[in-house]
Design a protein around this ligand. Structure first.
Ligand SMILES: [Zn+2]
Length: 422
C-alpha cells in the first residue's frame, strides 16, 4: 500500500512537471505582433522550472527595459520586436562543466577553468559536439512551434544562474544570466557582439591578431592607424581617439574609446538607502554607429507606399495623393524629399516638392504629397520619394548605398506617371 502510494505520488509529480524543452507559452514583450520589417530578438529561458516562470518573465522584462534605455537602442526602440518564449526545464540552475549534467531545456553550461577549478565566465551550449547539436536542434524546434518566431535576427538565451557570465557569437545567438548586479550591462554588451559584430574593447593577456580585424571597433597598432584609424571620421569628438589595447590584448591593438560598454561591465551599486543605482558605461560613438548600421540591415525605413505601382492618367486628370509610410520614432526623425522629373527630351528638368500633409501612424508617419498642378498630356513623369535618416549617431554609412545627399542612408520609393494624349 505504501509503495503504491509512493508510485502514485511520483506519477503525479511527473505528470505535472513538463519535460525539459517543452514550450509553455510566449508573448511579444516589445513591438508589434508582426515580425516583418523589424529587428527581431527572441528570448528563451534555460534552467527555469515551470513554477519559476513568473520570475523568468520579470527577469526578461528588466533586461529588455534596460536594453531599450541604452543609446542607440533607446533612439531606435521602435525598430525592435522582442518575443519571449517560456520553455520549461526539469532542473533549476544551469550545469557546470565537469559536474553531472542537469536536465535543462538547452543544456547551457558554465565553463570551469581546469587550472583553478573556478568558473571562467563562459556560458554556452555543451562543449561536446553531439550534445551541442542536440540542444541547438532543440532551440530550432521551439522556434518552429511559434509562427512568428521563425523570423528572427537574434536569439538570446536567458540562463537561470546568479553566476556572472555571458557569451555571444556574431550574427545570431547570445547567452546571458539572470544576475541583476550586472544587468542590463552584460545583456547590452552581448547584444553588441551578436548584433553588431563588435569586438571586446578590454585588455588582457591575449596575443594581438596577426592581420587587421574586420570589426568596427578594433584595429592593429600598425602603419598610420594611430593617426588615421578606421574610425577617423569620429576622431576628436565624443572622446574618440586611439587607445592602446583591446580584443583582450594589452598591446598591438587599438580601441576607439578609453571606456565603452564593450570594455567595462561594472556591477550595479546599491546605495546605503537601498536604492538601486545602475552603473553603466555607455557605448562609444564608434560602437553606437555600428549598431545603427546593423539595424538598417534588418529594417527598411519605408514601411509601405500608396499607390503601389505606376499611374496612368487621362488628360487633365488630377494625380492621386501619393503616400509613404515610414518606420520612425520620436527620437530618430527621418528626412523626406520628393522629386518630380519629366522624362523624355526635357529629362533633366526636375522639381523638388514639399510634403503636403504628415500623419502619425502606429509605426511612424505617413507623408502625403498632392501635386499642386496638373501634369501635361502626352508626357511621362517620374516621382521619387527619398527617405533618409540623418541621425547624428551615424557619420558614415556603409557603401554602396544610394545616397541623397551623400553619406546619408537614403531609401527611395518611385512611381512612373503617364499622362495620355488628348
Ligand atoms: Zn566602443
Amino acid at each position: 500500500m505504501r509503495r503504491l502510494l509512493v508510485v502514485t505520488i511520483l506519477l503525479g509529480f511527473f505528470a505535472v512537471q513538463p519535460a525539459s524543452g517543452q514550450l509553455l507559452g510566449y508573448e511579444v514583450i516589445h513591438g508589434d505582433s508582426s515580425p516583418a520589417n523589424r529587428f527581431n530578438i527572441i528570448l528563451l529561458g534555460d534552467a527555469w522550472m515551470k513554477e519559476q516562470m513568473a520570475e523568468y518573465r520579470q527577469v526578461c522584462k528588466n533586461l529588455v527595459q534596460g536594453l531599450l534605455t541604452e543609446s542607440p537602442f533607446f533612439e531606435y526602440s521602435h525598430c525592435f520586436r522582442i518575443l519571449r518564449l517560456d520553455v520549461a526545464s526539469r532542473d533549476n540552475q544551469v550545469s557546470y562543466e565537469g559536474e553531472p549534467r542537469r536536465d535543462t531545456a538547452f543544456g547551457i553550461t558554465i565553463g570551469v577553468d581546469p587550472a583553478t577549478a573556478r568558473p571562467n565566465g563562459i556560458l554556452w551550449f555543451p562543449r561536446e559536439y553531439s550534445l551541442r547539436v542536440q540542444y541547438l536542434n532543440r532551440v530550432d524546434y521551439v522556434l518552429n512551434c511559434v509562427p512568428t518566431a521563425k523570423t528572427f535576427n537574434l536569439v538570446v538565451v536567458v540562463a537561470n544562474t546568479d553566476h556572472i557570465a555571458g557569451t555571444a557569437v556574431y550574427n545570431g545567438i547570445a547567452v546571458v544570466t539572470r544576475n541583476s548586479r550586472v544587468q542590463p550591462q552584460v545583456f547590452c554588451h552581448e547584444v553588441g557582439h551578436a548584433m553588431a559584430q563588435l569586438e571586446e574593447e578590454y585588455t588582457g593577456n591575449s596575443c594581438p591578431p596577426s592581420s587587421e580585424p574586420w570589426q568596427a571597433n578594433a584595429t592593429l597598432d600598425a602603419g598610420s592607424n594611430r593617426f588615421r584609424p578606421k574610425w577617423a571620421h569620429w576622431m576628436g569628438t565624443q572622446g574618440v581617439s586611439t587607445f592602446l589595447g583591446g580584443m583582450g590584448c594589452s598591446y598591438g591593438v587599438l580601441r576607439p574609446a578609453n571606456d565603452c560598454m564593450m570594455n567595462t561591465t561594472k556591477p550595479n551599486v546599491v546605495a546605503a538607502s537601498g536604492i538601486f543605482e545602475p552603473n553603466i558605461v555607455p557605448f562609444c560613438a564608434v560602437c553606437r554607429e555600428r549598431i545603427v548600421q546593423r539595424l538598417y540591415d534588418a529594417v527598411v525605413p519605408i514601411e509601405s507606399a500608396v499607390p503601389s505601382g505606376s499611374v496612368t492618367l487621362r488628360p487633365f486628370e488630377r494625380a492621386p495623393t501619393f503616400k509613404v509610410t515610414t518606420v520612425e520614432g520620436p527620437r530618430s526623425e527621418l528626412a523626406v524629399v520628393w522629386r518630380l522629373t519629366q522624362e523624355g527630351f526635357f529629362s533633366n528638368s526636375y522639381e523638388y516638392l514639399s510634403t503636403t500633409r504628415v500623419l502619425k501612424t502606429a509605426v511612424g508617419k505617413t507623408y502625403e504629397l498632392a501635386l499642386p498642378f496638373s501634369l501635361s498630356s502626352g508626357f511621362t513623369y517620374r516621382l521619387e520619394c527619398f527617405v533618409s535618416d540623418e541621425t547624428p549617431l551615424v557619420r558614415k554609412w556603409p557603401v554602396p548605398y544610394r545616397s541623397t545627399p551623400a553619406d546619408y542612408r537614403t531609401y527611395t520609393k518611385d512611381w512612373t506617371i503617364r499622362v495620355n494624349n488628348r
